[in-house]
Design a protein around this ligand. Sequence first.
Ligand code: NAG
Length: 164
Amino acid sequence: MEIPMGTQGCFSKSLLLSASILVLWMLQGSQAALHIQKIPEQPQKNQDLLLLVQGVPDTFQDFNWYLGEETYGGTRLFTYIPGIQRPQRDGSAMGQRDIVGFPNGSMLLRRAQPADSGTYQVAVTINSEWTMKAKTEVQVAGWRPQRSQNWALLMMLVTTTSMK
Ligand SMILES: *[C@@H]1O[C@H](CO)[C@@H](O)[C@H](O)[C@H]1NC(C)=O
């Protein structure tokens, strides 16, 4: 009785292993396929930022954009269902932001602010079993670099004045 049980255990273990490898391979494949391009790469305050999604299949059900490390209702910026009359539904993370979604999965953030910085994630639902995801880090430049530039200018002025 013990020998068949052992063989069975070994068999299901190797089956589990191949299944895991297959799932990992599929996950990796779907992640590698989507890519987000930022235009411009480093937006300044009040500049428009386009997040272009490359690798979106011709047919899909819908897509969601999130702002944050986690993807759930609380971080959802908007949902977009192409082909319907009002395709874009804003989520709870939209706030006062001005964001337009496009039928190809891309989005435009108008007048980006430093507070808009963070992790942007997109999830494209292909079907009930397959969702493609991609994420990117956005850094909207604020006033800080300018302030340090002013400090450098002031220090230079002080140094040149005291040298006289
Ligand atoms: C998606 O649509 C936007 C707006 O029409 C366009 O600017 C952009 O080039 C398109 N992106 C891709 C990857 O086709």
